[in-house]
Design a protein around this ligand. Structure first.
Ligand code: ATP
Ligand code: MG
Length: 412
């Protein structure tokens, strides 16, 4: 592997920011995922800058900037649709000297103590994420062996793994995310503590875990990510009921949903978290509905009791904002409606704004081995027909002799 970064692959806006900072006498580097991805010949999705300039000094240089972030004081510099993130070097603080910044578990609560370049390097998570690039000198600064690890294709934490996971348990998820994204292996010392520390995810706010879940599953490597999350026992702290309800069919359904999400990401098609959550939480919905039905509830009745409970329960692990929970519920609800094809009901279902997502979901269920007769095939043909053909299909169904109700106890 060559260690050169071609300047033409760097965003011109990032270059502008670096130039203006160094012109004003500050140190300024491209850092993190962008340097890693450039060295691997991938296209970085965003460009982060690290500098010794204080946020207020950065602000003075860029009128188009604003402060963001509660955990970290970071500046966003906006250029049209592109945002360059600029962060001042931060220190990695140990427990003794910064007791107030840690919860009892050792977790960092606040992390905005400014520091030197070396400090900034050692508070980063993985060696491959701690590479700093200075375009004027065209030089990559590598204090932790990140370039060697890129060559060996290894995810390795900087420092003592257990301590680093206790400081921020999300690093366990990040290890898996980068392993899946880059197709790297996790170094044995970095991997070893994960299974026994995964419970620390319980201390991470659900809103942050939700953001992480989106990064896990919406970045084009969801299928492999899911495999690793299961392997490292992290899944049970993100989707505990999913783990409990995983049957072979459920597992296939989730794998197929994640694979189709990955394909859509690669084809630049839109993907929605609602569809993902619909698949991830479907196994528990089914299991819980079935047990209510066994106790005499109707299917629809069971559904209306179960889905708010599922959303509630899931929200204590990863939050599930209403803007996704509502379409997820609609996709589920339509699974039942797709079965009911009497007369006008077909049109109501067909014209529903989640019809397409619900139909895709039905096909996945069938491909996973969920038995629903010829339903997917019927809806596929229905969409291919013109209006009169559609009416004919509906009529044909209503002309068919009705099946005897299964529970019929009529005796001759
Ligand atoms: P991606 O390509 O997915 O954006 P990234 O490496 O850029 O990957 P970000 O979440 O954007 O990941 O973070 C940018 C950089 O900040 C990382 O490369 C890493 O150096 C540092 N970083 C992010 N999160 C953590 C963390 N939890 N602990 C330590 N360092 C972190
Ligand atoms: Mg990034």
């Amino acid at each position: 592997m060559t260690h050169s970064i071609q300047t033409e692959h760097i965003s011109i806006n990032a270059l502008k920011v670096l130039k203006r900072l160094s012109g004003a006498g500050f140190q300024a580097f491209l850092v993190g995922g962008s340097v890693r991805d450039l060295l691997l010949g991938l296209h970085p999705k965003d460009f982060d800058v690290a500098t010794d300039a204080h946020p207020d000094e950065v602000r003075e240089l860029f009128r188009n900037s604003r402060h963001i972030g509660k955990r970290f004081k970071i500046l966003h510099i906006r250029f049209g649709r592109e945002i360059i993130e600029v962060a001042t070097f931060r220190a990695h603080h140990d427990r003794e000297s910064h007791e107030d910044n840690h919860a009892d578990s050792g977790m960092i609560l606040r992390d905005n103590v400014y520091g030197s370049f070396e400090d900034d390097v050692s508070r980063r998570d993985f060696t491959i994420n701690a590479l700093y690039y200075q375009p004027d000198e065209q030089k990559v600064q590598d204090l932790t062996g990140g370039i060697g690890d890129l060559e060996k294709r290894v995810i390795r934490l900087i420092g003592d793994p257990e301590t680093r996971y206790r400081e921020d348990p999300v690093r366990m998820i990040r290890a898996v995310r980068f392993a899946a994204k880059l197709n790297f292996r996790i170094d044995p010392d970095t991997a070893a503590p994960i299974r026994s520390l995964s419970h620390l995810l319980n201390d991470v706010p659900p809103a942050r875990l939700f953001e992480e879940v989106l990064k896990l599953f919406m970045a084009g490597h969801a299928e492999q990510t899911f495999v690793l999350l299961k392997e490292y026992r992290l899944l049970e702290w993100l989707f505990p009921e999913t783990v409990r309800a995983l049957s072979p069919v459920a597992e296939r359904l989730i794998a197929l949903a994640l694979r189709s999400t990955d394909e859509r990401v690669r084809d630049d098609k839109p993907v929605t978290p609602a569809f993902l959550f619909a698949a991830l939480l479907w196994p528990q919905l089914q299991a819980q509905c079935q047990s209510l039905q066994a106790n005499g509830h109707s299917l629809l009745g069971a559904f209306h009791i179960t889905y708010p409970a599922i959303i509630n329960h899931q929200s204590s692990f990863t939050s599930l904002p209403r803007r996704y929970a509502i379409p997820m519920k609609e996709i589920w609800d339509l699974q039942f409606r797709l079965h009911r094809r009497q007369g006008r009901r077909v049109w109501t279902t067909f014209n529903h704004k989640r019809f397409r997502a619900a139909y895709d979901f039905l096909l996945l269920r069938e491909a996973a081995g969920d038995k629903s007769g010829d339903l997917g095939q019927w809806w596929t043909e229905f969409q291919e027909h013109d209006a009169s053909g559609k009416e004919a299909m509906i009529k044909e169904l209503s002309d068919k002799p009705k099946k005897k109700p299964r529970n019929s106890k009529r005796s001759k």
